[in-house]
Design a protein. Sequence first.
Length: 385
Amino acid sequence: MKRWVPVLILVAIAGGLAWWLTHRHAARTELVLYGNIDLRQVDLAFHDSERIAAIYVQEGDRVRRGELLARLDESRLLPQLAEAQAAAAAQQAVVERMHHGNRPEEIAEARANVALEEADSHDALRKYQRLLSLSQASDGRAVSRQDLDDAKAAADVAEARLNVNRKALTLEVLGPRREDVDQAEAQLRADQAQAALLCQEVSDAQLRAPVNAVVRSRIAEPGDMASPQTTAFTLAITDPKWVRTYLPEPDLGLVQPGMPAQLAFDAFPQRRFAGWVGFISSVAEFTPKTVETPELRSSLVYEVRVFVRDPGDVLRLGMPATVYLPIGANSASPGGSAGAARGAELGTGAQLGGVPETGESSPPVNPPSVPASCGPSAIAERSGP
């Protein structure tokens, strides 16, 4: 029996060598990578320093973009805002009055004053002329010099009052000066800017979710003193999610952005998740120690993000994953129809099947505007008990 052992060993070695010689040039159809689930997080802080009045969410709550998370005490801001809005409204009335000009009744009053002064002036002038004629006819004996001077002064005063009222009528017809209007409009803009600033401060007192996310940490509590340097909430952005893995340099030419991928997780052994290659780093680095491939610890690799579709939100941050990338004839070329179709199927936003670096799978929209939060009714409502 012992003499057959060497023979069996030689047969096994020969068989293994033959298999290696026949399969060493066989093309690989799949590339296997290892990594962990990663996602983006947002550290939210209030814009101003003030005491926290209320908090409306807990850890684990799902929040929508624009949803109110917490609110600061507004008892000091609201009276300032009301005062600024009242000043702006008063100045607005001044500007409108200047643009409308003087009322017809005011112009008619000025005309009546001119007519009155004309009558007084004519009467005073006739009295002076009569006294002057009488004085000349009597060689000054019928009228004293004092009476003549008084009549002359009364006629001059009446003429001066007439000229003053004529100028006043002209001003009433012309209306305000252009420079005065410009000054009033500039003051109005300043008052409106001050009101807008206070309105923004009132809006900043409300901390709202910037994206759809899950509340990961609630750090602040009602009664705490908030500040821009202190984080109040940490939000986890659950869409998109990706596996951060590392690609050896020899396989770099086999992977392209937009390639479809299949991902497996230990927590779901009977399930494969669909994904796509969204990012390949342009800089090589040493393999991080978290990568579960010991033979690659000292190799230079390239970071790859393989985005994964997780509609049920069952994948968690840090979960180890195995990524399967089809290569060869089954792989999708970047920008090709297969990659574009896969990107459209998975809801990607880039032409090459990748995901925008903004961290959102849907196009960004304008942030929610302040919904009438600075109007008088809203201020009265906030100021109430």
